[in-house]
Design a protein around this ligand. Structure first.
Ligand code: 2ND
Ligand code: ZN
Length: 373
């Protein structure tokens, strides 16, 4: 029997397959050439180099330190050039265009509005500029035949004290382009429970949020995010693996927390390349995503920071195909998982799955039936 299922998808297949991205930072995905141009326009003189190629390499190498704290230092440069309305509109538009060209059909892009106030913008102006950029990017992408929908997640920085204000901001724009809330930044020493008032506010408002947890710090951070804060999803969550015991005979037992996360279908926003750079995993083949997928956790595949990780959704899937032998069915499984876990309304998620994602994979799977010439 000739079956597409046994065929490893090519890079071109992977790029054309519909993909869903839930965890991607706006300030971690700029085009190097755009950073150089914006820096010149706003007079930012601290870039390590003005050559776009060299700058792209610099970001990847600087982020490849094995430490989340050092990784996060590289964002000083991207945030520095994202302080004006024009810059934010442009960066957001290019983000949507780049993702659409990579075959992403739905994306939730996060950023921290509080990091874009240095030149005098208000929080509301930041949100409105980014939303405008996403709409422009969606429109431009559609004109080139790539349809994408982009929603914003507003991030509060976990070392700062503005989380309630940012949660209120997110809720204010919830029917105007913002689909949820997030907490990011250095994990060790900044437990999510410090931001309980923000999470409780969002719960009272029936709004959605995800929390970066279990990346640089282990199970206690995941436990707090889930059981104290009520996170709808976990950013990374890789350390849930510490609560899973694989015995020599291959049998597996889950601790209480891992069982809870799986039973409740709590989505894990996994970002393999980012995890290798910050030291949360040693290699693609050793990345917990392989075991978690086998155990049917609600795993999703994400880019985190395309600039710092030199990655894209296509590249993340290429690495996983190499490491675990995934085929188009696996890709569809990850993609449907992600769409089910999105923060847009249920009927829209279902329509994306049934009208866009499944038909897209079906068309790719059927290609072997037709001669190519
Ligand atoms: O992987 C991450 N973990 C924690 N914080 C992160 C990660 N990637 C980016 N950030 C931070 C740096 C950005 O400036 C901020 C908002 O996007 O979120
Ligand atoms: Zn992140």
């Amino acid at each position: 029997m000739h079956s597409q299922h046994a065929v490893s998808p090519s890079a071109e297949h992977i790029r054309r397959a519909p993909k869903v991205l839930l965890h991607d930072h706006l300030d971690g995905g700029l085009r190097p050439a755009t950073i150089v141009e914006l820096a010149a326009a706003v007079g930012y003189g601290n870039l390590p180099t003005d050559d776009p190629d060299a700058l792209g390499t610099w970001f990847r190498e600087a982020a490849d330190s094995g430490s989340l704290e050092r990784y996060l230092e590289t964002f000083t440069h991207t945030c520095a050039v994202m302080q004006t309305r024009e810059a934010l509109v442009r960066v957001a538009a290019e983000c949507a265009e780049d993702l659409a060209a990579d075959g992403v059909v739905y994306a939730e892009i996060r950023y921290a509005p509080e990091q874009h106030l240095d030149a005098g913008l208000t929080l509301d102006e930041v949100v409105e500029a980014v939303n405008e950029g996403f709409r422009i990017g969606e429109h431009n992408a559609a004109r080139t035949g790539h349809r994408i929908r982009v929603g914003a997640l507003l991030t509060a920085m976990r070392h700062a004290a503005r989380s309630l204000e940012i949660a209120e901001l997110a809720n204010r724009y919830r029917d105007a382009g913002v689909v949820g809330f997030d907490i990011a930044g250095a994990e060790a020493g900044h437990p999510p429970t410090r931001h309980l008032d923000a999470f409780e506010y969002l719960q009272r408002e029936n709004f959605h949020f995800t929390i970066h947890a279990g990346e640089a710090f282990g199970l206690p951070s995941i436990w707090e995010a889930v059981q104290w804060c009520g996170a709808d999803r976990l950013g990374h969550g890789v350390r849930i693996i510490d609560d899973i015991d694989v015995k020599d005979d291959g049998s597996v037992s889950l601790g209480r927390l891992a069982a809870y996360v799986r039973d409740k279908r709590i989505p894990l926003e996994m970002c393999p390349t980012s995890n290798l750079q910050t030291g949360a995993a040693d290699s693609y083949a050793d990345h917990p995503i392989g075991l978690l997928r086998k155990l049917y956790f609600r795993v999703t595949v994400n880019t985190d920071n395309r600039l710092m990780s030199g990655t894209s959704m296509t590249r993340e899937f290429e690495h996983l195909v190499d490491a675990f032998g995934y085929d188009l069915d696996d890709m569809q499984w990850f993609t449907v998982n992600a769409m089910k876990s999105a923060f847009i309304p249920f009927d829209e998620r279902l329509a994306m799955i049934n009208e866009v994602i499944k038909p897209g994979y079906a068309a790719l799977r059927a290609e072997w039936l037709f001669p190519r010439g």
